[in-house]
Design a protein. Structure first.
Length: 84
């Protein structure tokens, strides 16, 4: 849970993503662009080695929260993203 003071706001800018990892695991879920201009900036501009995918479905499991290592991603498809 994020606790904010009265003058703070937590911005959520969601985009659906499909990912395939190096071990061929398929993940479909949602990422938060966190104020980045384009969703693809999560891969190129964000210094974190991980992408957080929530509301994720993978290996028959649903509604998971996953930290996916960027170096393990071989393919990603962005949906509902007019800015990429």
């Amino acid at each position: 849970m994020v606790k904010l003071t009265d003058d703070q706001q937590y911005v959520v800018d969601e985009c659906t993503i499909k990912i395939i990892t190096t071990d061929r695991t398929q993940i479909k879920g949602v990422v938060n662009k966190k104020g980045l201009k384009r969703t693809s900036d999560l891969f190129t501009e964000d210094d974190s080695p991980f992408i957080i995918v929530y509301k994720a479905t993978t290996k028959g499991q649903e509604n998971k929260v996953l930290a996916v290592n960027k170096t393990q991603i071989i393919w990603a498809e962005l949906e509902d993203d007019s800015g990429s």
